[in-house]
Design a protein around this ligand. Structure first.
Ligand code: HSE
Length: 297
C-alpha cells in the first residue's frame, strides 16, 4: 500500500486568471492499493463518492489505461483536510492523487512532466493542478496539449492567510458568471498586473503586490457570490496584508502577509470572531514539494 500526499492550491492570485497558482501546506492524503473493484472509505468521516465515479479512482484508472495496463480496481482511504468546494484546489488534489498514485503503483512509467500535462487535461486549467504536483509558486500555460510552466520557491518571504467562509461556491457557477468577451483595456489591465505579480514575487518586490493583484477578468463577476468579501479584504489590508484576492473560483479569500508579521494572525482572528463569525482564518506556508508518495507498509 502507498500513501500519497497532495497540497492545497490557491489559483489566480488576483490578476493571473487561469495561469498562476501556489501550493500550500495543507494536505489531503490517500492510502492506495490495487484490489478488485472500488473499496473506498475516508479516515476522517468526510463524505466522498465511494463508487467508481470517485475522482481519485477515475483519474487512476485513466492512467492505468493510458499506459496499457490492466485495471481491476483500487482500495482507497481518503484523508480530506482541504475544504471541499471552497476554492482551495480539492478537486485538483483528487485528480493529482489518482494520477501520481497510479503512476507509483505501476513503478513510474510516466515522468513528472507527463503527470503535469495529464492533470491539466483532466482538470481543464493548469493553475491548480500544476502547483499541486510541483509545489511552490507556479506560472503555467496550457496549450490544450502540454503545460509550459515555471516553478519558483517563495517560502521564507510570505505566508498566506486563507479566509474560509461557512458556505460553498461551485466552480461551474463561478465560471458561468464570467462574460464571454471583455474590453481591450481590461485585458491590458490584467496582463500588466499578472506580469507585475510574477516579476515582483520572483524578485521579492513585495510592495508591488497590492497593485499587481488587481483584476478585471473574474473577481468583479464573482464577488456577488461571496457575501462579506469586501469587508474581509479591508480587514486583511487594515492589519498589513500585502495583497488579497479570491482564492481560485472562491469563496475562500487569500491574503499575502510578510512572514515576519507575527501579530497579523492574532489581531485578525480576534476581529473575525467578533465581527465575522461565519469566516475562519488559517495561516498557511507555501509548500515547495508538491505531491509526494511514500510506502505505507
Ligand atoms: N482558474 C480557475 C478559476 C480556478 O478561477 O475558475 C478554478 O479551479
Amino acid at each position: 500500500m502507498i500513501k500519497i500526499q497532495v497540497p492545497a492550491t490557491s489559483a489566480n492570485l488576483g490578476s493571473g486568471f487561469d495561469s498562476l497558482g501556489i501550493a500550500l501546506k495543507l494536505y489531503n492524503s490517500v492510502l492506495m492499493e490495487e484490489c478488485d473493484g472500488a473499496d473506498i472509505t475516508t479516515s476522517d468521516g468526510s463524505i466522498v463518492p465511494t463508487d467508481e465515479k470517485n475522482l481519485i479512482y477515475t483519474s487512476a484508472k485513466f492512467l492505468f489505461e493510458l499506459c496499457g495496463r490492466q485495471f481491476h480496481g483500487l482500495k482507497l482511504v481518503q484523508g480530506n483536510n482541504i475544504p471541499m468546494t471552497r476554492g482551495l484546489g480539492s478537486s485538483s488534489a483528487c485528480i493529482v492523487a489518482g494520477l501520481v498514485g497510479a503512476n507509483a503503483l505501476l513503478k513510474n512509467p510516466l515522468s513528472k512532466d507527463d503527470l503535469v500535462n495529464l492533470a491539466a487535461r483532466l482538470e481543464g486549467h493548469p493553475d491548480n493542478s500544476t502547483p499541486a504536483i510541483l509545489g511552490g509558486l507556479v506560472t503555467a500555460v496550457f496549450d490544450g496539449n502540454r503545460v509550459y510552466s515555471v516553478k519558483v520557491p517563495i517560502s521564507g518571504r510570505l505566508k498566506f492567510a486563507a479566509f474560509i467562509p461557512d458556505f460553498e461556491l461551485k466552480t461551474e457557477v463561478a465560471r458561468a458568471a464570467l462574460p464571454e468577451q471583455i474590453a481591450h483595456k481590461d485585458a491590458v489591465y490584467n496582463l500588466s498586473r499578472a506580469a507585475l505579480m510574477t516579476a515582483s514575487l520572483f524578485s521579492g518586490r513585495l510592495d508591488n503586490l497590492r497593485v499587481a493583484a488587481g483584476d478585471r477578468l473574474h473577481q468583479p463577476y464573482r464577488l456577488k457570490f461571496i457575501k462579506g468579501a469586501q469587508d474581509i479584504f479591508e480587514l486583511a489590508y487594515k492589519y498589513g496584508a500585502y495583497a488579497s484576492f479570491i482564492s481560485g473560483a472562491g469563496p475562500t479569500l487569500m491574503a499575502m502577509v510578510n512572514v515576519t508579521d507575527i501579530g497579523f494572525t492574532d489581531r485578525v482572528k480576534e476581529e473575525l470572531s467578533a465581527s465575522f463569525p461565519n469566516w475562519r482564518m488559517s495561516m498557511l506556508d507555501c509548500d515547495e514539494e508538491g505531491a509526494t508518495v511514500l510506502d505505507a507498509e
